[in-house]
Design a protein around this ligand. Structure first.
Ligand code: ADP
Ligand code: MG
Length: 238
Protein backbone atom coordinates (compact mmCIF):
# COMPACT_ATOMS: atom_id res chain seq x y z
CA UNK A 1 0.00 0.00 0.00
CA UNK A 2 2.86 2.39 0.69
CA UNK A 3 4.07 4.32 -2.36
CA UNK A 4 7.29 6.28 -2.89
CA UNK A 5 5.29 9.50 -2.49
CA UNK A 6 4.18 8.63 1.03
CA UNK A 7 5.56 10.96 3.67
CA UNK A 8 3.70 9.53 6.65
CA UNK A 9 3.36 5.76 7.00
CA UNK A 10 1.81 4.09 10.05
CA UNK A 11 1.89 0.33 10.45
CA UNK A 12 0.28 -1.79 13.13
CA UNK A 13 -0.15 1.08 15.55
CA UNK A 14 -1.51 0.09 18.95
CA UNK A 15 -2.15 2.63 21.65
CA UNK A 16 -4.26 3.26 24.71
CA UNK A 17 -4.47 4.79 28.13
CA UNK A 18 -3.23 2.74 31.03
CA UNK A 19 -4.72 -0.73 30.69
CA UNK A 20 -7.37 0.42 28.25
CA UNK A 21 -6.26 -0.30 24.70
CA UNK A 22 -7.88 1.97 22.10
CA UNK A 23 -6.05 1.35 18.80
CA UNK A 24 -5.54 -2.20 17.55
CA UNK A 25 -3.12 -2.40 14.66
CA UNK A 26 -3.95 0.74 12.71
CA UNK A 27 -2.35 1.17 9.25
CA UNK A 28 -2.47 4.24 7.04
CA UNK A 29 -0.33 6.37 4.80
CA UNK A 30 -0.40 9.98 3.63
CA UNK A 31 1.37 10.95 0.44
CA UNK A 32 2.95 14.27 -0.39
CA UNK A 33 0.28 16.97 -0.86
CA UNK A 34 -2.44 14.52 0.00
CA UNK A 35 -5.40 15.14 2.29
CA UNK A 36 -6.60 12.08 4.19
CA UNK A 37 -9.75 12.22 6.29
CA UNK A 38 -10.07 10.10 9.40
CA UNK A 39 -13.74 9.36 10.02
CA UNK A 40 -15.48 7.36 12.69
CA UNK A 41 -18.04 7.51 15.46
CA UNK A 42 -17.37 9.22 18.76
CA UNK A 43 -14.89 7.23 20.79
CA UNK A 44 -13.64 5.16 17.83
CA UNK A 45 -10.07 6.37 18.46
CA UNK A 46 -9.62 9.19 15.95
CA UNK A 47 -8.08 11.71 18.34
CA UNK A 48 -5.98 8.96 19.90
CA UNK A 49 -4.61 8.14 16.43
CA UNK A 50 -3.63 11.76 15.73
CA UNK A 51 -2.20 12.18 19.23
CA UNK A 52 -0.10 9.08 18.70
CA UNK A 53 1.34 10.55 15.50
CA UNK A 54 2.15 13.86 17.19
CA UNK A 55 3.65 12.12 20.22
CA UNK A 56 1.14 13.08 22.89
CA UNK A 57 0.13 9.44 23.23
CA UNK A 58 2.87 6.81 23.26
CA UNK A 59 2.17 3.81 21.06
CA UNK A 60 2.29 0.35 22.61
CA UNK A 61 3.36 -1.20 19.32
CA UNK A 62 3.78 -0.43 15.66
CA UNK A 63 5.74 1.92 13.48
CA UNK A 64 5.11 5.49 12.41
CA UNK A 65 7.52 6.82 9.83
CA UNK A 66 7.69 10.42 8.71
CA UNK A 67 9.89 11.11 5.68
CA UNK A 68 11.53 7.77 6.31
CA UNK A 69 12.41 8.41 9.96
CA UNK A 70 10.79 6.50 12.79
CA UNK A 71 8.84 8.90 15.00
CA UNK A 72 6.70 6.45 17.00
CA UNK A 73 7.11 7.16 20.70
CA UNK A 74 9.33 10.20 20.21
CA UNK A 75 8.56 13.25 22.36
CA UNK A 76 6.11 15.77 20.87
CA UNK A 77 8.65 18.58 20.44
CA UNK A 78 10.89 16.36 18.30
CA UNK A 79 8.00 15.33 16.10
CA UNK A 80 6.89 18.97 15.86
CA UNK A 81 10.38 20.00 14.79
CA UNK A 82 10.21 17.58 11.88
CA UNK A 83 7.17 19.49 10.63
CA UNK A 84 4.36 17.27 11.91
CA UNK A 85 2.03 19.83 13.48
CA UNK A 86 -1.31 19.27 15.08
CA UNK A 87 -4.29 21.48 15.75
CA UNK A 88 -5.86 19.64 18.65
CA UNK A 89 -9.56 19.22 19.21
CA UNK A 90 -9.41 21.57 22.21
CA UNK A 91 -7.42 24.17 20.19
CA UNK A 92 -5.31 24.90 23.28
CA UNK A 93 -5.12 28.64 22.82
CA UNK A 94 -3.93 31.10 25.44
CA UNK A 95 -7.27 32.78 25.92
CA UNK A 96 -6.02 35.91 27.69
CA UNK A 97 -3.26 36.61 25.22
CA UNK A 98 -3.63 38.49 21.94
CA UNK A 99 -4.01 36.89 18.52
CA UNK A 100 -0.50 37.93 17.57
CA UNK A 101 1.09 36.54 20.74
CA UNK A 102 -0.71 33.24 20.26
CA UNK A 103 0.57 33.09 16.69
CA UNK A 104 4.13 33.96 17.73
CA UNK A 105 4.10 31.06 20.18
CA UNK A 106 3.59 28.71 17.25
CA UNK A 107 6.95 29.72 15.79
CA UNK A 108 8.79 29.92 19.04
CA UNK A 109 9.60 26.23 19.21
CA UNK A 110 10.85 25.76 15.67
CA UNK A 111 12.66 29.06 15.33
CA UNK A 112 12.68 30.35 11.77
CA UNK A 113 11.69 33.62 10.24
CA UNK A 114 8.95 34.69 12.63
CA UNK A 115 8.16 37.98 10.89
CA UNK A 116 7.81 36.29 7.49
CA UNK A 117 5.69 33.51 8.91
CA UNK A 118 3.48 36.02 10.68
CA UNK A 119 3.05 38.02 7.46
CA UNK A 120 2.08 34.82 5.67
CA UNK A 121 -0.58 33.97 8.24
CA UNK A 122 -1.98 37.50 8.20
CA UNK A 123 -2.18 37.33 4.42
CA UNK A 124 -4.08 34.05 4.57
CA UNK A 125 -6.32 35.28 7.38
CA UNK A 126 -7.05 39.00 6.89
CA UNK A 127 -9.48 38.86 9.79
CA UNK A 128 -6.67 37.90 12.14
CA UNK A 129 -4.59 40.77 10.82
CA UNK A 130 -7.39 43.18 11.67
CA UNK A 131 -7.61 41.72 15.16
CA UNK A 132 -3.99 41.06 15.92
CA UNK A 133 -4.16 42.84 19.29
CA UNK A 134 -7.51 41.33 20.25
CA UNK A 135 -7.57 39.00 23.25
CA UNK A 136 -8.50 35.53 21.99
CA UNK A 137 -11.18 35.01 24.66
CA UNK A 138 -13.32 37.73 23.06
CA UNK A 139 -13.34 36.13 19.63
CA UNK A 140 -15.95 33.81 18.14
CA UNK A 141 -15.35 30.06 17.94
CA UNK A 142 -14.66 30.32 14.23
CA UNK A 143 -12.09 33.05 14.73
CA UNK A 144 -10.46 31.06 17.51
CA UNK A 145 -10.17 28.10 15.16
CA UNK A 146 -8.47 30.42 12.64
CA UNK A 147 -5.99 31.42 15.34
CA UNK A 148 -5.36 27.75 16.13
CA UNK A 149 -4.74 26.91 12.46
CA UNK A 150 -2.67 30.07 12.02
CA UNK A 151 -0.54 29.13 15.00
CA UNK A 152 0.09 25.68 13.50
CA UNK A 153 1.14 27.34 10.24
CA UNK A 154 3.65 29.43 12.20
CA UNK A 155 5.50 26.16 12.81
CA UNK A 156 5.97 25.78 9.04
CA UNK A 157 4.33 22.35 8.88
CA UNK A 158 5.04 19.67 6.30
CA UNK A 159 1.93 17.85 7.40
CA UNK A 160 -0.94 19.38 9.31
CA UNK A 161 -3.05 17.21 11.61
CA UNK A 162 -6.49 18.79 12.12
CA UNK A 163 -8.75 17.37 14.81
CA UNK A 164 -12.36 18.38 14.10
CA UNK A 165 -11.66 21.85 12.76
CA UNK A 166 -15.38 22.53 12.31
CA UNK A 167 -16.34 21.09 15.70
CA UNK A 168 -18.77 23.23 17.66
CA UNK A 169 -18.86 26.02 15.07
CA UNK A 170 -21.89 27.81 13.65
CA UNK A 171 -22.66 26.87 10.01
CA UNK A 172 -21.33 30.16 8.65
CA UNK A 173 -17.94 29.38 10.19
CA UNK A 174 -18.03 25.78 9.02
CA UNK A 175 -18.04 27.11 5.45
CA UNK A 176 -15.24 29.49 6.25
CA UNK A 177 -13.11 26.74 7.79
CA UNK A 178 -13.82 24.56 4.74
CA UNK A 179 -12.58 27.38 2.49
CA UNK A 180 -9.44 27.74 4.61
CA UNK A 181 -8.68 24.02 4.38
CA UNK A 182 -9.21 24.07 0.61
CA UNK A 183 -6.88 27.05 0.29
CA UNK A 184 -4.27 25.24 2.39
CA UNK A 185 -4.64 22.16 0.21
CA UNK A 186 -3.88 24.28 -2.88
CA UNK A 187 -0.54 25.22 -1.33
CA UNK A 188 0.38 21.53 -1.48
CA UNK A 189 0.62 20.87 2.22
CA UNK A 190 -0.29 17.33 3.30
CA UNK A 191 -3.08 16.99 5.85
CA UNK A 192 -4.81 14.47 8.01
CA UNK A 193 -8.19 15.69 9.08
CA UNK A 194 -10.72 14.35 11.56
CA UNK A 195 -14.24 15.54 10.84
CA UNK A 196 -17.75 14.76 12.02
CA UNK A 197 -18.98 16.90 9.14
CA UNK A 198 -18.84 14.28 6.39
CA UNK A 199 -19.72 16.73 3.64
CA UNK A 200 -16.81 18.95 4.62
CA UNK A 201 -14.48 15.96 4.90
CA UNK A 202 -15.41 14.61 1.47
CA UNK A 203 -15.09 18.04 -0.12
CA UNK A 204 -11.43 18.30 0.86
CA UNK A 205 -10.15 14.73 1.17
CA UNK A 206 -8.35 12.71 -1.49
CA UNK A 207 -8.87 9.57 0.56
CA UNK A 208 -10.60 8.65 3.75
CA UNK A 209 -10.41 5.95 6.38
CA UNK A 210 -13.12 4.87 8.75
CA UNK A 211 -12.08 3.87 12.24
CA UNK A 212 -14.33 1.51 14.11
CA UNK A 213 -13.48 0.58 17.68
CA UNK A 214 -9.84 1.28 17.10
CA UNK A 215 -9.47 -0.56 13.81
CA UNK A 216 -9.53 0.71 10.22
CA UNK A 217 -12.77 -0.74 8.89
CA UNK A 218 -12.79 0.96 5.49
CA UNK A 219 -10.49 2.80 3.17
CA UNK A 220 -11.66 4.76 0.12
CA UNK A 221 -10.07 6.80 -2.60
CA UNK A 222 -12.34 9.79 -3.21
CA UNK A 223 -10.55 10.65 -6.46
CA UNK A 224 -11.49 7.34 -8.09
CA UNK A 225 -15.14 8.29 -8.40
CA UNK A 226 -18.31 9.44 -6.74
CA UNK A 227 -18.81 8.51 -3.13
CA UNK A 228 -22.17 8.01 -1.57
CA UNK A 229 -22.30 10.23 1.45
CA UNK A 230 -25.30 8.47 2.95
CA UNK A 231 -23.61 5.11 2.66
CA UNK A 232 -20.53 6.46 4.40
CA UNK A 233 -22.57 7.91 7.23
CA UNK A 234 -24.29 4.54 7.59
CA UNK A 235 -21.02 2.65 7.72
CA UNK A 236 -19.71 5.01 10.39
CA UNK A 237 -22.68 4.97 12.71
CA UNK A 238 -24.46 1.64 12.16
N1 ADP B 1 -6.74 10.80 28.17
C1 ADP B 1 -7.54 9.73 28.16
N2 ADP B 1 -7.53 8.85 29.19
C2 ADP B 1 -8.32 7.75 29.17
N3 ADP B 1 -9.15 7.43 28.16
C3 ADP B 1 -9.19 8.25 27.11
C4 ADP B 1 -8.39 9.44 27.05
N4 ADP B 1 -8.65 10.07 25.88
C5 ADP B 1 -9.56 9.30 25.24
N5 ADP B 1 -9.89 8.22 25.98
C6 ADP B 1 -10.83 7.15 25.60
O1 ADP B 1 -10.36 6.57 24.40
C7 ADP B 1 -11.44 6.24 23.54
C8 ADP B 1 -11.19 6.89 22.17
O2 ADP B 1 -11.21 8.29 22.34
P1 ADP B 1 -10.82 9.29 21.18
O3 ADP B 1 -9.57 8.84 20.55
O4 ADP B 1 -10.85 10.64 21.78
O5 ADP B 1 -12.03 9.06 20.16
P2 ADP B 1 -12.61 9.99 19.01
O6 ADP B 1 -11.66 11.11 18.78
O7 ADP B 1 -12.77 9.06 17.84
O8 ADP B 1 -13.94 10.46 19.50
C9 ADP B 1 -12.71 6.71 24.23
O9 ADP B 1 -13.27 5.58 24.87
C10 ADP B 1 -12.20 7.71 25.25
O10 ADP B 1 -13.03 7.73 26.38
MG1 MG C 1 -11.82 13.17 19.01
Amino acid sequence: MATPDDILVARGVEAGYGKKQILFGVDFAVAKSEVVALLGANGSGKSTALNTISGFVRPLAGSIQFEGAEIAGKPPHQIFRRGVIQVSQARDLFMDMSVEDNLRLGAWVRGGQVADLLDGVFQSFPRLAERRQQVVRLMSGGEQQMVAIGRALMGNPKILLLDEPSGGLAPIFVNEIAAIIKALKKTGIAMMIIEQNIKLALSVADRFLILREGRVSQHHDVRSGAVNEEEIVRSIYL
